[in-house]
Design a protein around this ligand. Structure first.
Ligand SMILES: *Cc1c(COP(=O)(O)O)cnc(C)c1O
Length: 417
């Protein structure tokens, strides 16, 4: 659930009118609810309290430093995927010992920086990466703490582009190879392999795939114990689904009820990496109607926000609910809500029944807090709009609108042309 609601036919975020935010910052823009963010984090914390997990917010879903800081204040750790995310995390004083680093392609610069910072785990995805980290750690006279990312080969029943835990995917190491690595762990004297990690996909709405994967991991860890290989940490990843349209996702409590019986008796330290579940419904994207167009075949609402601002519809054919910021009882018509970009794939919603709108009206694209702003681009030399954080009656710009100067920074005309 979330804190975007209608009062007297006006959309609010907490106690702030969306139209008031827009009057101040313009469109398009992203607006986040602090309360929703914290509520979702707390739901996971409470549901999993019996194993007091380290909840590492997946920063790639929303890396705005005000969002990250809000979660750190509640005791969150972080799941990062690049040196850039790590630097932002350190800027808002994240504790490096609560940071895990995933990525199939960590560079030397990233590994050195993370080792120096003293992060909790490198979540390692291949043998060459393990060898590379060992070499760098030796050079730096440090010991790297590692969790091996396992590809448990389970189907997650989600979009092909966001399933990650089958052997068709580039992620993780299969079980047989993992066992072989662990048996030969003396080959990596500058590495301590303490944990195993899984992340089977994103926007998963049922608990069965998680249970399958967790059970597989626990059995595997038990079998390792018999070979005197001690694993102390199990990172069960992220991937909890949310409501975009009519999904009936498991709640945090449903999820906990399903997996806690397996986790509790292991005595393992549990790590989780939710992203979308925490921030997805905590944000909206607001855009303004520029033109109405009717070609006799179809009606279009042309708005000032496009695929460069919110790419999920174009990239995954993802559904986002779209609602007028001012409720009206005008007759509903079927329209495509499209952006200004020169691509047919530039749409926010297709065949939507929306009340007849006019130029200048505002639309809210719901559930845009995760994989929204972070995936935006400057395609068509369009500056990104601002990000705004609302808390109660207050709101603040937490990232400014990009200016033309931002867009051309670093571009040069060489003398030879
Ligand atoms: C993307 C990702 C997450 C977060 O996924 P959500 O679906 O947003 O919860 C967690 N862990 C890893 C390794 C990821 O790549």
């Amino acid at each position: 659930m979330h804190d975007f609601h209608f009062k007297k036919a006006e959309l609010y975020c907490e106690d702030v009118k969306i139209s008031d935010v827009v009057r101040k910052v313009g469109t398009p823009c992203y607006i986040y609810s602090h309360k929703t963010l914290i509520d979702h984090f707390t739901k996971i914390q409470k549901a999993f309290a019996p194993v007091s997990p380290l909840i590492c917010f997946a920063m790639k879903s929303n890396d705005n430093m005000a969002v990250v800081k809000s979660l750190l204040n509640e005791g969150a750790g972080l799941d990062i995927v690049s040196i850039g995310e790590l630097k932002k995390a350190l800027m808002v004083k994240a504790d490096p010992r609560q940071i895990v680093f995933a990525s199939v392609g960590k560079t030397e610069e990233e590994i050195r920086f993370a080792l120096r910072a003293g992060i909790l785990f490198f979540n390692v995805e291949s043998v060459p990466e393990l060898e590379f980290i060992n070499r760098i750690a030796k050079d730096m006279r440090k010991k790297a703490q590692v969790a091996l990312r396992i590809n448990p080969d389970v189907e997650a029943a989600t979009h092909d582009f966001i399933t990650t835990g089958t052997l068709k995917n580039k992620f993780g190491i299969d079980l047989a190879s993992t066992r072989a690595i662990l048996k030969q762990r003396k080959k990596y004297p500058y590495i301590e392999i303490k944990g195993l990690h899984i992340h089977i996909g994103s926007q998963i709405v049922t608990s069965a795939p998680f249970i399958n994967a967790v059970k597989k991991m626990i059995e595997f860890i038990e079998s390792l114990k018999k070979e005197s290989i001690e694993i102390t940490h199990l990172d069960i990843g992220g991937g909890l689904g949310i409501i975009y349209k009519d999904e009936k996702p498991q709640t945090a409590q449903d999820f906990a009820n399903a997996v806690l019986p397996y986790l509790e008796k292991t005595g393992l330290k549990i790590i989780m990496e939710p992203g979308r579940f925490i921030v997805g419904n905590a944000g909206i994207f607001v855009t303004k109607v520029l033109y109405l167009k009717d070609n006799g075949f179809k009606k279009f609402l042309i708005v000032d926000g496009g695929m460069n601002d919110l790419i999920r519809p174009s990239l995954y054919n993802a559904y986002h609910e779209i609602v007028p910021v001012k409720e009206t009882h005008a007759k509903r018509v079927k329209v495509d809500v499209v952006g200004p970009i020169c691509e047919s794939g530039d749409f926010l919603g297709k065949d939507r029944m929306l009340p007849a709108l006019k130029q200048g009206d505002l639309l809210a694209v719901m559930s845009a807090g995760a994989y929204g702003y972070v995936m935006s681009s400057n395609y068509n030399v369009r500056g990104r709009g601002p990000e705004v954080l609302v808390k109660g009656k207050q709101f603040a710009i937490v990232k400014e609108r990009e200016t033309f100067e931002h867009l051309i920074e670093g571009e040069r005309i060489p003398a030879f042309i």
